[in-house]
Ligand binder design. Sequence first.
Ligand SMILES: C[S@@+](CC[C@H](N)C(=O)[O-])C[C@H]1O[C@@H](n2cnc3c(N)ncnc32)[C@H](O)[C@@H]1O
Length: 253
Amino acid sequence: MAETDYLARNRAFWDSRAHAYLEAGERNWSQEPSWGIWSVPEAKLGLLPIDMSGLDAIELGCGTAYVSAWLARRGARPVGIDISPEQLAAARRLQAAHGLAFPLHLRNAEVTPFPDASFDFAISEYGAAIWCDPHRWIPEAARLLRPGGQLVFLCNSNLMMLAMPEPENEAATARLLRPQRNMHRFEWPDSTGVEFHISHGDWIRLLRRNDLEVEDLIEVYPPDGATNSYPFVDRAWASAWPCEEVWKARKRR
Ligand SMILES: C[S@@+](CC[C@H](N)C(=O)[O-])C[C@H]1O[C@@H](n2cnc3c(N)ncnc32)[C@H](O)[C@@H]1O
């Protein structure tokens, strides 16, 4: 099978899942940004620069594009990229409902049509961050960023990927279920999608090889009383070990 077989699989997977994410998309377009499966408020996590006036921004794997909507509301000029026509159709409906227009492109986030150094800010919340091959999308994100531009992405934590049960409808325990060494491509028995997760050392080397200096690695813990609709992790686990993480990196000047 072709090395990039995951592109068609992930497009079909997200076309079939788009309806299930519509409600969350509608909510996230309307509410102040909050992040990840525990909905940690932006005020607590600080993923976005407060003033993004005049910044060119790109969201890689934008889905319903609510992150881009919030970039626009902070003054940026966002562009959303997604590989799923159904997800982009939902994003377009939400743009119309909220009277907020910005460009949306049906593309693979690993190979975009933009010239080098077109953007000041690139972000992915569970988009390219887990559905694209890091060895393809990180060089592309680095190419797109201007010197001094920032890359921010949110994904499952390294520990979560080592402890996540198969099937995903069971909750993680304190047991590690798979090796960290050479972790990269993940396929699950109850999903047709293909994900990518690499170790922290591999992330750091990959980012630095692409002229991206790591600024922060934020481990995300649930706020008091937070709930989550995903079965693979409960609050006790996620309060002891981070189940999600945010990487921030800056393009060298
Ligand atoms: C979890 S969803 C969207 C995340 C977004 N923050 C949201 O909540 O709407 C992941 C998205 O990544 C997109 N995606 C998967 N592979 C992609 C690729 N190669 N290029 C661009 N988008 C991709 C999917 O189509 C899907 O819309």
